[in-house]
Design a protein. Structure first.
Length: 74
């Protein structure tokens, strides 16, 4: 059986550090942007996220790109 892989649009998750709780643990909030085309290079995503993050109140702690693939068999 041949397996076929179809790449789907990806998402990016921006994780911001918004504070510290009473025990000294960091508190994070995540913003997700969907429908990122697979053809967009990681360097371009990083550049756009850097620009967006400079406009935010809280510092960016992590940038995650989530790619999804559909796997089908024939």
């Amino acid at each position: 059986m041949a397996v076929q892989i179809n790449k789907m649009d990806s998402k990016i998750k921006l994780k911001y550090k918004v504070g510290v709780d009473e025990d000294g643990n960091d508190i994070f909030r995540t913003k997700t942007y969907s429908r990122i085309k697979n053809s967009v290079a990681d360097d371009d995503i990083f550049a756009v996220v850097s620009a967006i993050s400079n406009l935010q109140k809280y510092p960016l702690a992590k940038l995650i790109r989530v790619e999804e693939k559909e796997i089908t068999g024939e």
